[in-house]
Design a protein around this ligand. Structure first.
Ligand code: HEM
Ligand SMILES: CC(C)=CCC/C(C)=C/CC/C(C)=C/COP(=O)(O)OP(=O)(O)O
Length: 476
């Protein structure tokens, strides 16, 4: 008989194996994009001593990859043994079995690459590493789902507080006394207009664009400080415009939701007509900045991003389909391409790879929040994924999109040729993100889901900062 304890231990071992497999993928891409491979051309040991010899970041990276492979190999073996002893079901046993079979093939491929084998071995090695990680992650999700006791997470009364009602910072609820003095009224109105621009989202979206610009410099293009400043300024105006249109369109539904019921248009702090004029003004301002100081393609893409968020996402997808977040993710991904285009004048593969990371990250980011606020979204009449498909399905999707994001981020490192700063950051924050999602299965409460939502922002912020550091600070 399988006890709950042994099942839990199996899940622990499997979670450690997933993390090790992820570390292996991330270290592997960092090894193949740095000079570290040149530091060692023998297998299983190197000619160079990692400590006594020239222990550069590159040699350490190379040895780190080999050590991680050893640890991951042992853990895959341990998971395989444990899966046979604990009754975990055929699909989990099958998935762990796949990883067990693929792992020795992967070791052989690694050895082939180390001794200077054919160049095709590299991409196959990366693809196989991703396949092993995917098998293990899916097995972990199925295992955790079997151990998740309740279908519905513990309730938490969502309140539009400072930590979650981000873009509502300037809005005053109807019950608050109306300010009488001129200065107080001016402050309130200014705060209301600022709130319309969704300022709390801007730092991350600006970081996306800056990372896009940084990646462009790896292709040999030069980034002028004036171009960077103008692109960010145009972006801030554009994000402000699209956020404003979103507030206008959703004002009636916002009234019905706790989290959004203190927004400026709900309380007529700004008349809808003025808000539309404000949004149009910001759009025009953004276009002027981008057309004057950046380039035409960056302006066209920015206009498309405003339309994507304000019309396609807000008016078409969000009220009508549970796919709204997945399909809407393209709006947030566009700033990556806009940043690259601002520097080079055309679209490039690393920019598309960064956009893919943001696109896949979006459901992992938002579904956690939507789990915590599912009742609120239901009141607003929005078919967000946890409302339409249930919390268990949403949690599973958070895990799958997280896995896809981690793999896409490793792919980005490989395509763009990023080095150890990006590799180490991805490993550290990726692991934190993974653990926070695993915790959602172990303790399915709204608080834990909300924490995952914030961790998703830290993860993305950290890897974007690493890109900026590596490309614009260290690399310059
Ligand atoms: C379909 C796509 C997305 C949806 C549905 C979504 C949804 C949300 C929601 C509802 C909030 C809660 C705070 C608020 O009331 O404004 C939020 C916060 C946030 N989102 Fe997203 N988001 C999406 C994409 C993005 C993208 C692409 C980024 C940036 C790359 C981003 C960055 C942030 C940040 C920085 C916060 C603020 C968290 C805080 O309050 O500190 N989001 N998001
Ligand atoms: C360059 C440019 C213009 C890019 C625009 C991209 C953009 C603003 C993406 C943000 C997407 C986002 C934060 C949606 C918030 O969800 P929601 O609107 O469903 O949240 P709510 O429930 O709080 O209204």
């Amino acid at each position: 008989m399988t006890t709950e304890l042994s099942r839990r231990r199996f899940a622990d071992v499997l979670a450690a194996t997933v993390i090790a497999a992820y570390v292996l993928v991330a270290l592997g891409t960092a090894v193949s994009t740095t000079d570290s491979a040149a530091a060692c051309s023998a297998w299983p040991t190197c000619a160079t001593d990692p400590i006594v010899g020239s222990a550069t970041g590159d040699t350490l990276l190379y040895w780190g990859h080999r050590a991680a492979a050893l640890v991951a190999g042992c853990l895959v073996l341990a998971s395989g043994f444990a899966a046979r002893r604990v009754e975990v079901g055929r699909r989990v046993t099958g998935l762990v079995g796949c990883a067990l079979v693929l792992f020795p093939v992967q070791v052989l491929l690694g050895a082939t690459i180390a001794v200077g084998g054919p160049s095709i071995a590299g991409p196959i090695h990366l693809a196989l590493a991703m396949a092993i990680f995917a098998c293990l992650l899916v097995a972990l999700v199925f295992t955790l789902e079997d151990g998740t006791l309740e279908a519905e997470p513990g309730r938490m009364t969502p309140t539009p507080d400072a930590s979650t009602a981000g873009d509502d910072a300037g809005g005053a609820p109807q019950s608050t006394p109306q300010p009488t003095g001129r200065i107080a009224r001016l402050k309130r109105t200014t705060g209301a207009y600022l709130t319309l621009t969704k300022p709390r989202l801007m730092w991350l979206l600006c970081l996306v664009a800056l990372a896009g610009m940084g990646l462009a410099t790896l292709s040999g293009a030069a980034l002028e400080p004036s171009t960077a400043l103008a692109t960010l300024a145009g972006g801030v105006l554009a994000i402000g415009a699209s956020g404003t249109f979103n507030h206008v369109y959703e004002r009636d539904r916002d009234r019905r939701m706790d989290r959004t019921s203190d927004r400026p248009l709900v309380h007529d702090l700004v008349p809808a007509r003025n808000a539309v004029a404000f949004g149009v003004g910001l759009t025009v301002g953004s276009m002027i900045v981008l057309l004057t100081w950046v380039n035409g393609l960056a302006a066209v893409l920015t206009l498309a991003a405003i339309g994507y968020y304000a019309v396609l996402y807000t008016a078409v997808l969000k009220p009508n389909t549970a796919w709204n977040t997945v399909l809407g993710g393209g709006a947030g991904a566009l700033p990556a391409v806009i940043g690259w285009v601002a520097v080079t004048g055309r679209v490039g593969l690393p920019a598309v790879a960064l956009a893919a990371v943001i696109f896949l990250w979006t459901p992992a980011h938002f579904y956690s929040l939507a789990i915590a606020y599912r009742d609120d979204y239901a009141r607003g009449g929005f078919p967000m994924y946890p409302v339409a498909e249930g919390v268990a399905a949403a949690r599973r999707h958070v895990a799958f999109y997280l896995g896809a994001t981690l793999l896409a981020a490793s792919g980005l490192g490989w395509v763009a040729g990023l080095g150890w700063v990006y590799g180490v950051t991805s490993i550290a924050l990726g692991t934190v993100f993974l653990c926070s999602v695993v915790r959602q299965f172990r303790r399915p409460t709204d608080e834990v889901a909300l924490r995952s939502f914030y961790v998703s922002n830290y993860y993305l912020g950290a890897i974007l900062l690493a890109i900026v550091l590596e490309t614009l600070v260290i690399g310059s």
